[in-house]
Design a protein around this ligand. Sequence first.
Ligand SMILES: N[C@@H](CCC(=O)N[C@@H](CS)C(=O)NCC(=O)O)C(=O)O
Length: 206
Amino acid sequence: MSTLKIYGIPRSRAFRTLWMAKELGLDYENVPIDFAGGGTRTPAYLGVNPNGHVPAIEDGGFILWESMAINLYLAKKHGAGRLYPTRLEDEARAWQWSFWGMTEIERPVLTAMFNRAILPEDKRDPAAADEAERQLQGPLKVLDGAVSATPYLLGGEFGVADLNVASILTWARPARIDLAGVPKMADWFKRCADRPAARAARELQR
Ligand SMILES: N[C@@H](CCC(=O)N[C@@H](CS)C(=O)NCC(=O)O)C(=O)O
């Protein structure tokens, strides 16, 4: 059987998929496509993902892009009953949290990170970072509430919903988002980020 290919350097959103692959104990080949060097825009890579973004995967001839869709697919294929829920309602909640991550928090976390850590100092917009942090307050409270009664988003066990949302929030530290007002969320994030698979995926970023 051909090895799963994961396209994208670990210091990109491919991190999310590498973390998932490690949680699932998958054999994979990481094809280190680097967006900084124009690697996402070569004709060869555009044949994999016409959007010119990473991550993408190739799984026995099947190509898929969009980080959250990739993780939901891999978790369902290899982790049903463990990382991927079996009840229809729980599956729907895993989708809910994954879409929520992409639509409610990803953009503001990125804006804050770029304007506080990534861009050259003279290109940073502190007001945009502050505004992004302000926008995050509501969604982070929602997350804090969701993990107040149970340790993980769907209940007692870590799963794909946690991985997908926490992978976005790995940017909260470089973005210097103040988590003092959302202690349950901060504890939940630490539980997720301390997992051996998360640590192993972070090692790949060094
Ligand atoms: N919604 C996409 C976003 C992917 C994305 O924007 N990836 C960045 C790297 S983290 C990228 O490939 N940028 C390169 C480019 O746009 O050329 C996903 O989650 O997979």
